[in-house]
Design a binder for this molecule. Sequence first.
Ligand code: HEC
Ligand code: HEC
Length: 267
Amino acid sequence: MLNLMRVSTFQIGFFLAASAGVLAGCRYDPVQAEKIRALPLEDAEGPRPEHRAGQPCVDCHSTYAGAQPQLAIGGTVYWQTAKGYLNGMEGVFVTIQDSAGATYKSCTNSAGNFYITKSDLQGIDDLAFPLFVGVAGVKMNSLIGRERSCAGCHKLASVDRIDRDPNVDPATGRARDSAGAIIVDRDYISSLERCGIANEPSTSTGTGGAGGMAATTASGAGGMAATTASGAGGMAVTTAGAGGATSSATGTGVGGTSAASGAGGNL
Ligand code: HEC
Ligand code: HEC
């Protein structure tokens, strides 16, 4: 099914009404407000760690828009079917290394979403930009200077974008203004880069270097656990969302649960 959608006037009105509370009390920023307004609708299941896959998480989960929890960074990772459809890639590590030497790992949930909350950065005010990132062992060559949403650069295809620029790749969204969806090859993922219920993060012990590694697994639906190891070069592990009860350690069966969610879930 083609999941691209044009945001209608009705949807904009609905979103503004639904988000009026969220935006209240903050100084109005028309550019930011327009960015948020132009996003596709909330998923049918409503806000949850798997929602709004492919969207710029931190546009909303910020002091500006006020969605909780506040995120330091967030995004969505995909795998691509032979026909080119994108599906959320569950159960792989996203590794963020900041300029102060701290390394954070976050595990993608069933929608392929991952995030690090402000409160995961225990005792640290903020990530030290620029950031180095890698997903399932594949490194991004450039650095992140300040953007907190991967989707700020990794924009998916949308009807609007294709209307404006016919060169937008309808499968990945790649174009002049987008690096395209973050896609990993799910057939070639090292066991050290897998995480989630079926493959506890503790299997990564030994990759942490001097700082050592502390890991706690999430308990309860949608639960989140984070432990920050002490010292520079320490490693914090966040296992997001218990939605992945049927996780993907074997590399099979991911598509079933993850295909439907969010914008671009099933392009
Ligand atoms: C258009 C704004 C918007 C975008 C974009 C957005 N969210 Fe949310 N998110 C919300 C709102 C609103 C809530 C409900 C909490 C609130 O009202 O403060 C929420 C809730 C959540 C929660 C808490 C769910 C719970 O069970 O308590 C998580 C985690 C979350 N979002 C993660 C993400 C991630 C990851 C992304 C990006 C892939 C994202 N969000 C994109 C607005 C947004
Ligand atoms: C400032 C823009 C920008 C932001 C923000 C950004 N990326 Fe990228 N990303 C790029 C560009 C451009 C490329 C392609 C060239 C390269 O590898 O640097 C890329 C490539 C990648 C690749 C390599 C993909 C491949 O097919 O080789 C991965 C993995 C990746 N990004 C992950 C992420 C993650 C995860 C985030 C969010 C934490 C993120 N990126 C945020 C611009 C960005």
